[in-house]
Design a protein around this ligand. Structure first.
Ligand SMILES: [Zn+2]
Ligand SMILES: [Zn+2]
Length: 237
């Protein structure tokens, strides 16, 4: 009854994402790994999400792709936002891109920011550097995602950079996040540590892959209900 997921994957639009993270490669790798549900979450932009969704559709397999992005808040905390449909993601993505520092990418230093079509065709390269902070506060993020019918959750909260613990020093429990992403839950929750977080939030474990070989194996989880139940919970349907 369970399903497998990976809700944090970067494409070649992210400067730090490998050039091999093209829409068809991501869709094919997800299918190979036996994943039922993935999300495309580039830094501060949704511009390759539609191409991955289309590439997955062309495979004609039961692989579901959610459009999303990993927003860098003004506090430099990473927050993953997911959306139920592409048009909502595109509107949210435009708002986030507009809130980015207007600094140009230097591909030779940070990497390329390719915008690709579903067949890997190059549609362009985004000029504004996507890894900078936006002017959106973490306090804005739950409502920001909801405005577009989406959901936001703090990314890799157990990492030593760009996380709530690293950048704020605490988990902002006054915000109505329902989910939290933990990079290494085995270590983070060892010996009853962080029980308050485990009890209050639905914990998600994603790959945060920037390379094809870092995408995670599709291991069905039983604790999140069926895929449809989980999607309904994500988007509050
Ligand atoms: Zn991150
Ligand atoms: Zn990431």
């Amino acid at each position: 009854m369970g399903f497998s997921y990976d809700l944090h994957i970067h494409s070649c639009l992210s400067p730090c994402g490998d050039d091999d993270m093209t829409p068809p490669n991501i869709a094919n790798m997800a299918a190979l790994l036996g994943l039922d549900l993935i999300a495309v979450t580039d830094h501060n932009s949704c511009r390759n999400a539609g191409a991955v969704m289309e590439a997955a559709r062309m495979l004609d397999l039961p692989l579901r792709v959610l459009p999303g992005m990993e927003v860098t808040t003004a506090e430099e905390v990473h927050v993953v936002c997911l959306f139920p449909e592409l048009s909502a993601a595109q509107a949210a993505g435009e708002a986030v891109e507009a809130a980015l520092l207007p600094v140009k990418n230097k591909p030779e230093i940070f990497g390329h920011q390719w915008i690709l079509g579903p067949g890997e065709e190059r549609l362009g390269e985004l000029e504004t550097l996507l890894i900078n902070a936006t002017s959106l506060s973490i306090d804005d993020m739950p409502a920001f995602a909801r405005r577009y019918g989406g959901v936001a959750f703090p990314a890799h909260i157990d990492r030593s950079s760009n996380s709530v613990f690293a950048n704020l020093g605490y988990f902002p429990d006054y915000l109505d996040f329902a989910f939290a992403e933990v990079w290494r839950p085995e270590a983070f929750f060892r010996d009853g540590a962080h029980r308050d977080i485990r009890e209050r939030y639905t914990i998600l474990k994603n790959s945060d892959a920037h390379y094809l070989d870092k995408m995670k194996e599709g291991e069905p989880v039983e604790t999140l209900g069926t895929l449809d139940e989980f999607l309904a919970r994500l988007f509050g349907a």
